[in-house]
Design a protein around this ligand. Structure first.
Ligand code: GDP
Ligand code: MG
Length: 901
């Protein structure tokens, strides 16, 4: 270590996390007291706790803002952070997580694992934070150590080990958490502290301590455990810092709380957010006027702060929580976000403009508090986590601004995403302006938020422009088109664009990119998402039936439960829309004996999307702030091109790549907008190749069948396991001349011949082949899935098209497997691509089959004996022939809606 002696003292940042009332603040006090930092012990109940500093917190006995305290022990300095425990303040807690080296999860010995405890555990997992567990309140009757340990091991992790047992037993249990540890233990009969610390650091071992914070029992053991096994982070020598909180001191000085994650921060140092990707207009440079090391409400000024230090910096006006400074990267978007929205009712005669700017000040301190101005209604709306936060806010607004506000009835904050990839294009070219942007929008996994990427050749658009477009989209992404709600779980990739040497300004790209997103959404299948809670409901066993009926009515799901005597505990999850007002109802029908606790689980598709969207009453076509149309220029005048015609006007769309033998598709009319075009298909192929490397069309080595214990694929790697091939049966039959001729007088024979060819092909390729035959026009047909030798054969049921079946199947299968789809149907192209499947055109597939089998002709020959036809099939065939012929028409047959909207 180049800092020599000064650095022998390691700093470890320890967060305390718990459900409200588990005893977190009491435990912090106990740790500080036993560690020699507090001469007297404060008590939450007497309103003199050291860390509950804000008036509001002392009054209510809960911790709202995360506090820090420094606890120097020999060889290690613990920086304790007390985080808010109530689910309504999770945003604050989640940001604190981003700077922790390890956590102590406090569980109440009498309440056991609450749903919020599990939410916390999931967050620790998400951020990869090593954890210790302190089971508190063991002094109270009803706390059962063995049962609690079992619960921890079953519901949190098998790595939970009781560190209160004798050393030999601890070693034995810990050795089971890692292979190397087991070997070491079997060889030496012991485990070193270093080995144990490594297991903790790798999140394989979670030391558990049982005790009572109030009676100072088990507190020394926890301190000793932290001293010996808490991971000691190491930091780079170049300066870096991560901002986790913005607050104001009682004098109104703006404070940026950060953790130094590299080098040293000195007072008066010049700080900046300059980073690749941050546009020049957003870059700031400001001096760190003062460094403060806080302990509770008190602080001492510091000259410098070394790596690992948590401190507050005065003098910075433009920092924001989650931001990375110097060598540190910015944090990913938080998972817990406000889900309820309330209208702010201002006192008589109060100017909404003035109130808005004050509320924006609060928003800056807590970006999880969202202040939304509705210009049409001239109303301010606040979005937040829950009702408790509402009451705190009312007080805060009164104390800070002397403003007595009320809140209207709360509503749900929806989010939107899409089910399948779509391309979006935007063009902005009023006189002397110019920008064009093409984007690929892809659905991401639930909870992944918005992700941005670039896959645009630099020759097409310089890297500086690309960076600008991405940072603008990241800073203010346009809303969804169903309800105007924020987009989420969406990956937006910049795939093309153009700037003008003279006329392009930064703002032009903002316009074009926004239009591209909205245009892409307008042609995509959009999904409305609503917030769901995990709930934990304690109630008298007699009320269980009522509760289960209520939850079912809300559309919730309940875990299996066994009432133990008089009391029952029901857990599960359900839409926030139903659960947020349910606590009062529970209190009523259980006569005050029931208790409901909820915590945010995430967003799920809305059960009745149409009704929810209608209730919001948003019309994207009228939203002039976020147009989907584009502006082009001809003869010196700008004109608007409606969103569904933009493709035809673009300056940069790649030329269509039409394969030999495939009819060229004309792109016009509404159909183009829904189904994707040859250009889009070609473009998707190009993007795919840029992203994943060239697509080798004829790679005919048989694939190894997957080993059952094959390792899980890395996030970005193509999935392992067998490849799936879905074949649109009639499409292929009518696209291949040999089969089409046979089909003209005997469809059954053509079908059998296709199947035989595919049997051959499957035998060689070793992929899973599913052949889908369209039977949706056949009245009363129930659909059927059968085997034909080594093939799966599906006849779709009445009113289900082969496209629809394939779309659904690619979606299901595509999540875990590589999927290819053989078809020539234009309507399917975008949809199938959408689920990450690779489309093979009929002609390309013909080549593949020819190469593999070699002898299409031979098989056809063998098959050309007249076959007896089943009567049902004959009727089906007539309908299908008619149908298949229609499908060759350029216009879709009426009544056949390719995509529901
Ligand atoms: P927090 O909300 O997690 O910060 O919990 P507090 O520290 O504010 O404690 C909540 C309540 O539990 C207070 O009334 C404490 O006095 C009480 N409490 C905390 N620890 C213990 C304990 O070990 N035993 C008992 N019996 N009560 C405790
Ligand atoms: Mg507390």
């Amino acid at each position: 270590m180049d800092n020599g002696m000064k650095e022998t003292m390691k700093r470890v940042c320890v967060g305390l996390l718990a459900h409200v009332d588990a005893g977190k603040t009491t435990l912090s006090e106990a740790l500080l007291y036993r560690g020699g930092c507090l001469r007297t012990l404060g008590r939450v109940d007497h309103q003199d706790a050291f860390l509950d500093t804000e008036t509001l917190e002392r009054e209510r006995g809960i911790t709202i803002f995360s506090k820090q305290a420094v606890l120097p022990l020999e060889n290690v300095e613990l920086q304790l952070l007390d985080t808010p425990g109530h689910a309504d303040f999770s945003a604050e807690m989640e940001r604190t997580l981003q700077i922790l080296d390890c956590a102590v999860l406090v569980v109440s010995g009498t309440d056991g694992l609450q749903s919020h405890t599990r939410t916390l555990w999931r967050l620790l997992e998400r951020y990869g934070i090593p954890a210790f567990i302190f089971v508190n309140k063991m002094d109270l009757p009803g706390a059962d150590r063995a049962a609690l340990l079992r619960e921890l091991r079953e519901r949190l992790s098998g790595g939970c080990v009781d560190f209160g047992e004798e050393t030999k037993a601890v070693w034995e249990n810990a050795a089971l958490c890692g292979e190397e540890a087991l070997t070491a233990y079997l060889e030496t009969g012991a485990l070193s502290d270093k080995t144990l610390a490594e297991l903790v650091g790798a999140r394989k071992l979670f030391p558990c301590f049982f005790g009572s914070a109030l009676r100072l029992e088990g507190v020394d053991a926890l301190l000793d455990g932290l001293k010996r096994y808490a991971p000691r982070p190491s930091y780079p020598s170049a300066f870096g810092a991560r901002v986790y909180k913005i607050a104001r001191d009682p004098q109104g000085v703006r404070l940026t709380f950060l953790k130094v994650t590299g080098g040293v921060l000195r007072v008066k140092a010049l700080l900046t957010n300059r980073h690749p990707g941050v546009p020049e207009e957003d870059v700031w440079e400001e001096k760190a006027d003062q460094l403060r090391i806080y302990s509770g409400a008190k602080f001492h000024p510091a000259e410098e702060a070394g790596a690992g230090t948590v401190c507050a910096v005065a003098g910075l006006s433009r920092t924001r929580p989650g931001e990375g400074l110097g060598g540190e990267t910015s944090a990913p978007a938080p998972v817990l976000e406000p889900v309820l929205s309330y209208r702010v009712e201002l006192p008589e005669g109060c100017d909404p403009g003035g109130a808005l700017s004050r509320l924006r000040q609060l928003e800056e301190e807590d970006p999880m508090l969202r202040v939304v101005w509705n210009d049409r209604l001239r109303e301010i709306h606040l979005q937040l986590m829950g009702e408790v936060q509402l009451e705190i806010l009312r007080r805060l607004i009164l104390d800070r601004f002397g403003l007595a506000v009320e809140f209207g009835a709360g509503g749900i904050v929806y989010r939107e995403t899409i089910t399948a990839p779509a391309l979006g294009a935007g063009h902005f070219e009023p006189l002397r302006h110019y920008a064009e942007v093409r984007l690929l929008l892809e659905p991401g996994p639930g909870g992944s938020g918005l992700v941005f990427a670039a896959a645009c050749p630099e020759e097409e658009l310089s890297w500086d422009w690309q960076r600008l477009i991405l940072s603008q989209l990241r800073a203010s992404p346009p809303p969804g088109i169903l309800t105007g709600s924020p987009l989420t779980d969406l990956k937006i990739t910049l795939v093309g664009g153009r700037a003008h040497e003279k006329h392009t300004e930064g703002g032009d790209f903002r316009q074009a990119a926004c239009r591209a997103v909205r245009q892409g959404l307008a042609g995509a299948e959009n999904v409305l998402l609503e917030p769901w809670y995990d709930f934990h409901l304690e109630l008298p066993a007699g009320c269980l039936g009522r509760a289960m009926t209520d939850l079912q009515r809300m559309g919730g799901e309940t875990d299996p439960c066994q009432p133990a005597g008089e009391e029952a505990v029901l857990t599960g999850c359900g839409p926030a829309a139903g659960l947020r007002n349910y606590a009062a109802e529970v209190a009523a029908y259980t006569h005050g004996q029931g208790r409901l606790s909820c915590s945010l689980r995430g967003y799920e598709p809305c059960a009745d999307q149409a009704a929810a969207a209608a209730a919001v009453g948003y019309d994207w076509r009228r939203d002039t702030d976020y147009p989907a149309d584009s502006v082009f220029c001809a003869h010196g005048t700008g004109f608007t091109v409606p969103w569904d015609q933009v493709w035809g006007y673009l300056h940069t769309a790649s030329a269509p790549r039409v394969e030999a033998g495939e009819p060229e598709r004309t792109v016009s009319g509404p159909r183009a907008a829904y189904t994707g075009t040859a250009e889009q298909d070609a473009e998707l192929m190009a993007i795919f190749e840029r992203t994943y490397g060239p697509v080798k069309r004829r790679e005919f080595r048989p694939r190894e069948t997957a080993r059952p214990e094959a390792p899980a694929p890395a996030a970005d790697a193509p999935p392992a396991g067998p490849e799936y091939l879905l074949v649109d049966g009639y499409n292929i039959i009518f696209a291949w001349d040999e089969l089409k001729r046979v089909a003209a007088d005997n469809l059954d024979a053509a079908r059998k011949q296709l199947l035989d060819l595919l049997c051959n092909y499957q035998g060689f390729r070793k992929c899973v082949v599913i052949v889908v035959f369209d039977a949706y026009r056949v009245p009363g047909n129930p659909g059927e899935a059968t085997r034909y030798h080594n093939l799966h054969v599906v006849y779709t049921k009445e009113s289900q098209t082969a496209d629809a079946y394939i779309e659904k199947a690619t979606y299901e299968i595509g999540r875990g497997h590589r999927v290819r789809v053989a078809t020539s149907d234009g309507a399917e192209q975008l949809i199938i691509w959408g689920h990450g499947a690779l489309r093979v055109s009929a002609s390309a597939f013909h080549e593949e089959v020819t190469q593999v089998g070699g002898q299409i002709a031979a098989i056809l020959d063998r098959n050309n004996r007249p076959e007896s036809r089943q009567p049902v099939r004959a009727a089906m065939d007539r309908a299908l022939l008619e149908n298949a012929q229609r499908r060759e028409d350029p216009e879709p047959p009426e009544g056949k809606t390719v995509k529901k909207r």
